[in-house]
Design a protein around this ligand. Structure first.
Ligand code: PMT
Length: 407
């Protein structure tokens, strides 16, 4: 089995004697199914030839920010890849990445990507033990990126010590390890995010306290696990990925239309938004003026139940579409959740108690019960919303797998 099937990688090559080993890494990455774009620094070209990388890579190698027909090759490549691996990562490259400096194609791509980053360090032993290099590595690791340590062995000039590029297999394993949880590659998931706003007049609305944090945590988790995501959102997600499409909406009516349309070619819907149950029947065209004699009267009408409507649609289209709802409860949490999953007809319902200080709307953490339509239940104790998102996505994957198994 190819371990990197469908994964898009930028392979950075720094200017060090170990640059020749990047050729073997390139070949192994391609053999594992990855689409690899080599990115070489000018100094790397003193050690290796471009022709080799052109012959073995999946795309034309990048060496400069200015030789491509695109005016922004660095952001284009940075946004399009799942992972950037640099081998060898010289002291200079590590220093630039730690400080955010960008003066060539590789350093600019590293700073303009939100993909995973693996840096396989290689340099002379004195450089490797220098406090500046050590501090840069500490900074890089603290930010969540992976540094593969060099090995002990023969170095350029006949010296022996720590600094030799790790074996290709070790670097490859680090890359595969970063991609290991891409269990949703090839799936399209629609997520609703934030709270809807129902217009009263051009400046006022009826809204709720949803911050969108839980929905965005789900979007990030899905992207990290390889899914294509459509976020139907009332807030700016401030996330960018070539796997993410954002549709901005305000009201429940707009959210319903965007959600139903996005679900047509999706595998699942996660309805995390806090949708207003009522809207103003006839919002005013002009701003309501104070002192006009009468107090304004606002007549409310019921909004559509988006989740229930998508469930009804999906039953008509296919049995394989998964629907996940959230339930914001303030009392009898589990019992109300059990009644709601039946009422909405969804496959999974994530129930949270929004009356508690630590799990209310806008909080950093959440604590949920994940109910399935078959009555089974999983409890996720108080944890950051990203961890709760991982639990919700695990439940989705389990359900997708069980459907595939049944067929
Ligand atoms: O955004 P945060 O500040 O991080 O807060 C997260 C959250 C508390 C908003 C989130 O975890 C959550 O509970 N979202 C669902 C809120 C909600 O509308 O719950 P509900 O019990 O009223 O609705 C049940 C389900 O039906 C939800 O999936 C909801 O999206 C959906 N619904 C509700 C009304 C409606 N007209 N159409 C719907 O589709």
């Amino acid at each position: 089995m190819k371990r990197l099937e469908g994964v898009s990688i930028a392979l950075g090559v720094g200017g060090g004697i170990a640059a020749y080993k990047a050729v073997e890494l390139l070949r192994r990455l391609v053999d594992e199914g990855a689409h690899v774009t080599p990115v070489l620094t000018k100094n790397a070209l003193n050690f290796v030839g471009l022709t080799t990388f052109r012959a073995l890579g999946s795309s034309e190698p990048v060496v400069s920010l200015f030789e491509d027909s695109s005016p922004i090759p660095h952001t284009k490549l940075g946004q399009g890849v799942d992972l950037v691996v640099v081998a060898p990562a010289t002291a200079d490259i590590l220093s630039k990445f730690a400080t955010g400096a960008c003066d060539d194609a590789l350093s600019t791509i590293l700073v303009s990507t939100d993909a995973k980053v693996v840096l396989a360090a290689a340099m002379h032993k004195e450089m490797w033990s220098h406090p500046a290099v050590m501090e840069n590595i500490e900074t890089i690791r603290r930010r969540g990126f992976t540094v593969v340590d060099p090995e002990h062995g023969r170095l350029a000039g006949g010296d022996v010590g720590f600094g030799r590029l790790a074996a290709t297999e070790v670097i490859l394993d680090a890359v595969v390890g970063q991609m290991a949880t891409r269990d949703l590659a090839g799936y399209h998931v629609v997520v609703t995010v934030g709270g809807t706003r129902e217009a009263i007049d051009p400046v006022r609305y009826i809204g709720n306290r949803s911050s969108g944090r839980q929905g965005l945590a789900i979007v990030s988790e899905l992207l990290d696990r390889g899914a294509h995501v459509t976020a139907i959102s009332t807030i700016d997600p401030a996330l960018s990925s070539s796997y993410l499409e954002v549709v901005r909406v305000e009201s429940a009516i707009e959210m319903e239309s965007a959600t139903r349309s996005a679900c047509k070619d999706a595998n699942a819907l996660i309805m995390c938004a806090a949708v207003a149950d009522y809207r103003v029947e006839s919002p005013l065209v002009n701003k309501f003026k104070r002192g006009s004699g009468n107090l304004p009267e606002i007549k409310l009408v019921e909004n559509p139940d988006i989740l229930a409507n998508v469930v009804a649609d999906s039953k008509m289209y296919s049995q394989n579409f998964i629907t996940i709802g959230f339930a914001a409860e303030t009392e009898n949490v589990e019992a109300n959740g059990r009644a709601k999953i039946v009422k909405k007809g969804c496959d999974i319902l994530v129930v949270n108690d929004v009356s508690r200080e630590e799990t209310r709307f806008g909080s950093a953490d959440n604590e949920v019960i994940i109910l399935s339509a078959d009555g089974s239940l999983k409890y996720i104790p108080l944890a950051p919303k990203r961890e709760v998102a991982a639990g919700v996505v695990d439940a989705l994957v389990e359900r997708l797998l069980s459907i595939e198994f049944e067929q």
